[in-house]
Design a protein. Structure first.
Length: 398
């Protein structure tokens, strides 16, 4: 019988697992006797981050005291020891003598109940400046699936999922496995110069991945929030409302505008949130866009100010509706669960120029600001060109 079972698993790793879980996919299944890597492989491939792996173990002395005797040909075959070198486990329960087994079971039960009680939220770009804050804000209310490509998110309470958003078949397959109840799409190639140099590569993330996610959300009635940008405007006629005419000056702005149109077409119930320049707690892998100002201020403070040649030119006529990432993340999550559909601006209450941002940073950090120089945007040749005034109207979100 053991050999027959092994032969069946060789032909189909999930043969017995499929029989065990046949039925409603929304059911919470507790599989008490998964013994092989092939079993876990099936569950992980089928249910992805929704799987909670639990290992129950006891030390050899306890096992022998309870009557265990090693039997060659039984205890050294896959049906008994295949998972001995498997790692990592989500939960490890110690069933040795002296361990509080019941307390550990109660803790596991509480963890399972907590997973079952909350819906599943997929956050893309979860290791970035905004995505990491969305994950932090969402954890109390959601089971968060923190999707990333290269850099693993740092939030321990989220279930990390490595996902290459440029691999569209993989994206579609993963969505069908994890079956998110809602999606916040923060991932983007958001540096305009990179988009100019590699429009095909950046559009794979900014347009194609957005299209795949919006298609899934629309077809499955899944709440969907897409993060766009104020750079869809040309900066000549502020303040900009949601209904204002768009005219992006950069490839990045053009890609985001096309992605907005895809979301409107494929997921009419989705929310497109246009965001301004953001500041907040930087993630380990995504520094602030204004970090260069902070670096210049600290470098100047460490130098001999009287003879220092450190300078930082900041435009006095380029305006953005600066917003902190905490407010942005809370706004995205609020409209994720609202009845609102369409385009929405989430931004700071007033516009500010880059030079004034530098002065405020210097003041808040108690640093000398003499290295900061106020200059017009026209003093620098920019590629791509940047809009002068991107003040966003936030009458709909006040």
């Amino acid at each position: 019988m053991i050999q027959w079972g092994e032969d069946m698993r060789d032909k189909d790793a999930g043969y017995f697992a499929k029989l065990t879980t046949a039925g409603n996919k929304d059911t919470v299944w507790i599989i008490p006797d998964a013994r092989r890597k092939s079993d876990l492989k099936y569950f992980m491939e089928t249910y992805s981050v929704r799987v909670l792996t639990v290992r129950i173990e006891a030390d050899v002395a306890t096992r022998e005291k309870r009557g265990y005797v090693f039997t060659s040909g039984v205890d050294d075959v896959d049906s008994e020891c295949s998972l001995d070198d498997y790692s990592p486990w989500d939960v490890v329960i110690d069933n040795s003598d002296g361990a509080d087994f019941q307390a550990q079971l109660h803790s596991l039960t509480a963890q399972i109940n907590a997973l079952a009680a909350k819906k599943w939220l997929l956050v893309t770009g979860s290791s970035g400046l905004l995505g990491s804050e969305v994950v932090r804000q969402a954890i109390p209310s959601w089971n968060v699936i923190a999707a990333y490509n290269t850099h693993t998110p740092t939030q321990n309470l989220a279930r990390s999922l490595q996902l290459d958003l440029t691999d569209l078949p993989l994206v579609r397959s993963t969505l069908s496995h994890i079956r998110p109840d809602a999606i916040v799409h923060c991932a983007a190639i958001a540096k305009p110069p990179l988009c100019e140099r590699d429009p095909a590569g950046s559009s794979a993330i900014n347009i194609d991945a957005t299209t795949a996610l919006a298609t899934y959300a629309g077809e499955n009635s899944v709440p969907f929030v897409f993060t766009s940008t104020d750079l869809v405007f040309d900066g000549t006629a502020p303040p900009y409302s949601e209904e204002s005419a768009t005219n992006p000056l950069s490839e990045y702005g053009r890609q985001k505008l096309e992605a907005e149109e895809k979301v409107a077409l494929l997921c009419p119930s989705g929310v497109v949130c246009r965001l301004p320049l953001l500041w907040g707690q930087p993630s380990p892998h995504s520094p602030l866009s204004i970090q260069f100002i902070v670096d210049a201020l600290f470098s100047y403070s460490r130098s001999t100010s009287a003879t220092s040649t450190i300078t930082c030119d900041l435009f006095n006529d380029e305006y953005r509706s600066l917003l902190d990432t905490v407010s942005a993340a809370k706004g995205l999550l609020h409209f994720l669960t609202s009845d609102y559909a369409g385009i929405l601006h989430i931004a700071g209450p007033s516009k500010i120029d880059k030079y004034s941002i530098g002065l405020q940073l210097a003041s808040s950090l108690s640093l000398n600001h003499n290295c900061l120089r106020s200059v017009p945007q026209s003093s620098v040749a920019l590629t791509p060109p940047r809009p002068l005034d991107l003040e966003l109207s936030i009458s709909k979100t006040r």
